[in-house]
Write a protein that binds this ligand. Structure first.
Ligand code: DC
Length: 225
């Protein structure tokens, strides 16, 4: 069983995919983490991100692995754990450039498809239902109002910390601008842009809780079982 969840940054894909994977005993495949791992490693090794050939060569030679287990949340590049390093604002700002390179996408395709041969999976990203798994059993296109998406990102960043309303709103404004830049880059690129698959079920999560969205997708999964 392959469950594909695509959608823009901050739409809740990762949280929803993790919850569904747990509920059904599937593995979660976070494809964004793979593009982030390439962007981080290129920067870390001093590769010019504008040099498409060099970035593509890197993506084609490194070994990216997820530690199997709950949520496959740990990611390594050539056995170095980069799980924390890939979640910085620096990587947020540069990952879209790397993800737009055709050679980088080609290099990521094989390990993404291989993951589905070993397990039932919930895969999340931008081109899962269109390019990676066009025959996925369940396809969801998850959206949410941009300001709500930015707000979720900020709250996630400050998980467990107190933040006053004024600081929250200011950070939401900044995050919204960065998020809209990334959405435009991911949707506007020539190769595998973020678009909704024709046979995807669109779910707008703005007004729904995580559980409500999961229940709706769980119904779709049960229908296909
Ligand atoms: O889901 P995320 O924010 O971690 O993704 C990081 C970036 O990777 C995002 O800006 C677009 C890119 N990406 C992609 O191009 N294709 C995917 N399947 C997943 C992510």
């Amino acid at each position: 069983m392959i469950v594909a969840i695509d959608g823009p940054a901050g739409s809740g894909k990762s949280t929803i995919a993790s919850a569904l994977a747990k509920r059904f005993g599937f593995e979660k495949l976070d494809t964004g983490a793979m593009y982030r791992a390439v962007a981080f490693t290129a920067q870390d090794r001093g590769i010019d991100l504008d040099d498409e050939e060099a970035v593509t060569a890197l993506a084609s030679t490194v070994t990216i692995r997820f530690a199997p287990g709950e949520g496959m949340s740990r990611i390594t590049v050539d056995d170095r754990d980069v799980s924390r390093e890939i979640r910085t604002p620096a990587v947020d700002a540069t990952v879209s450039k790397v993800a737009a390179y055709a050679g980088v996408r080609k290099a990521m395709l094989e390990p993404q498809r291989a993951a589905a041969q070993e397990h039932d999976i919930v895969a999340e990203g931008r081109d899962i239902g269109t390019v990676v798994f066009p025959k996925a059993d369940v396809k969801v296109f998850l959206t949410a109002d941009p300001r709500e998406r930015a707000r979720r990102r900020v709250l996630q960043r400050h998980a467990g910390e107190a933040i006053d309303a004024h600081s929250l709103e200011r950070e939401v404004d900044e995050t919204l601008a960065a998020l809209e830049r990334r959405d435009a880059a991911d949707s506007g690129r020539a190769v595998a842009p973020l678009i909704e698959a024709e046979d995807a079920v669109e779910i707008d999560s703005t007004a729904y809780s995580i559980d409500e969205v999961c229940d709706r997708i769980a119904e779709l999964i049960e229908e296909r079982r």
